[in-house]
Design a protein around this ligand. Structure first.
Ligand SMILES: *Cc1c(COP(=O)(O)O)cnc(C)c1O
Length: 370
């Protein structure tokens, strides 16, 4: 007799890490590898945040606050909503899994765009629900009309990733608002806003205002991309209190560790500095996309901290070779083929020096293979 895992397990897609095999995050930090594959912040956490983590470390014999009271209060103050509307989790990915657990089962349906975030396929796979992937439009943006058309009485979740990972594309707030208003009330709308701070079109606070009118809306945000805390794992959801109760019910009580809570509370004290870091990434975006255009390649109009670069007509053929040239120059990017977009590359913005190296290596790769 051998063990038998449950029948869902074989359909759950694995995660391919962005860091090359055999490297730890510390190896990357100490090397001249340009880690441009995971949309992390290139800035280390602020010294005050590191100090808060260090201070909290001496109390690690105690369990963390299961309600993350201080962090939820700070987030509520910042976004001008009630603490009861805020849940925190071990990264916002944790909410995607919790939402699957709380809302899906065999016979239920989940609708999302494709290509989009690589975690979404896990939600159907782990619960036995049916997934409906709605292809992005030609310009790599969500086809909200087509998504609406897929909603049935069985639909339990519809996810919109805005800006979208991996394509970087952004749907203006007005379109999101009218979409949300047209989704039937029995459907949970997950608006994944992991990159919302990097877009320059709308005030990121606008979507929070929608919560007043739509108790079926869940907004997901994270400290991973903007607050340099990807390694600690902390994200949050804003929604009606019923969702907090559901998320609390399906997760272990201590899902956000004490270091992550302390770090996030401190990071929120430094909004101005974080905002300047975001602006410097937006400036890098302009520079990288101009550099890519000079090579005769096209990108989407990214509103995130990464670019989605088309390798052109021969894209699918040359993708492996181009990634190989980049890798031999010590530059790690994500292959579109692994993200549902063969012939494309997803490249996170690093430091200005890393971005220059990327552009130079991409130029070399296109000379050889383009
Ligand atoms: C990075 C990312 C997340 C979340 O990350 P966590 O580190 O788990 O908070 C969520 N959604 C999208 C689209 C992302 O790209």
């Amino acid at each position: 007799m051998t063990v038998r895992f449950n029948s869902h397990l074989t359909s759950i897609p694995g995660y391919t890490p962005g860091v090359p095999k055999g490297h730890t995050a510390e190896d990357v930090a100490g090397s001249d590898l340009a880690q441009l594959a995971s949309n992390e912040s290139p800035f280390p956490p602020l010294p005050e945040v590191v100090e808060a983590i260090t201070k909290a470390a001496s109390a690690m014999n105690r369990y963390p606050d299961p309600q993350a009271t201080r962090l939820r209060q700070r987030l509520a103050d910042r976004h001008e909503i009630e603490p009861g509307q805020i849940s925190v989790a071990n990264g916002s990915c944790d909410f995607l899994l919790a939402a699957a657990e709380a809302l899906l089962e065999p016979g239920a349906e989940i609708v999302y765009a494709w290509p989009s975030f690589s975690m979404y396929p896990n939600m159907a796979a782990m619960t036995g629900a049916r997934e409906i992937r709605v292809p992005l439009r030609e310009d790599q943006t969500h086809d909200l009309e087509a998504m609406l058309a897929e909603i049935t009485a069985a639909t339990q979740i519809v996810i919109v990733c805005n800006p979208n990972n991996p394509t970087g594309t952004y749907i203006p707030f007005e379109e999101i608002a009218s979409f949300v208003a047209r989704v039937p009330e029995h459907v949970t709308i997950i608006l994944d806003e992991a990159y919302i701070e990097f877009q320059v079109h709308d005030d990121p606070a606008l979507s929070i205002d929608l919560l007043k009118r739509h108790p079926n809306l869940v907004l997901l945000r994270t400290f991973s991309k903007t607050h340099s805390l990807a390694g600690l794992r902390v994200g949050y959801a804003m929604a009606s209190p019923a969702f907090k109760a559901a998320f609390d019910a399906v997760r272990q009580p201590f899902s956000v560790n004490a270091l992550a809570q302390a770090a996030a509370v401190e990071a929120l004290e430094h909004g101005d500095l974080i905002q300047r870091q975001i602006e410097s990434q937006i400036a890098e975006r302009v520079r990288v996309e101009a550099g890519v255009a000079e090579l005769g390649l096209t990108t989407t109009d990214s509103q995130a901290n990464f670019s989605w670069i088309s390798l052109g007509k021969k894209g699918e053929e040359i993708e492996d070779a181009v990634v190989g040239v980049l890798a031999s120059a010590g530059i790690v990017v994500r292959q579109g083929r692994l993200l549902g977009g063969p012939g494309w590359l997803r490249v996170s913005y690093g430091t200005p020096e890393e971005n220059d190296r990327f552009l130079a290596a991409l130029a070399d790769a296109m000379k050889l293979h383009g």
